[in-house]
Write a protein that binds this ligand. Sequence first.
Ligand code: ZN
Length: 89
Amino acid sequence: MKRTDKPCECCGRMMKNVWSRTKYCPTCAKEKEREWKRRRNEKRKARAHALPVVQSASKADAELRRIVRLADLAGRSYGYQVAAMEGRL
Ligand SMILES: [Zn+2]
C-alpha cells in the first residue's frame, strides 16, 4: 500500500497524499456514509411497514376461514355464504 495524489471519485477534487485505495475526499466520504445510513434506515422502516400488512393478511385469512366454517355449518358454498352475509340474497 502506498500514498498517492488522486481525485475524489465523487466530486473530482484532488486529494493529496492519500492511500491508493481511498476513493472519496473526507467531505464526500461523510456524505456517502450519511446516505448509506439513510438507506439502511429506510430499509428498516420498510420492514416495519410490511408487518401490519402481514398481520392484516392473516386477519383476512382468519376471516375467510370463519366464513368457510359458517358456510360449512349452514351447508352452503363459500360464495353463497359471503353473498348472504353481505345481504346480496
Ligand atoms: Zn469528494
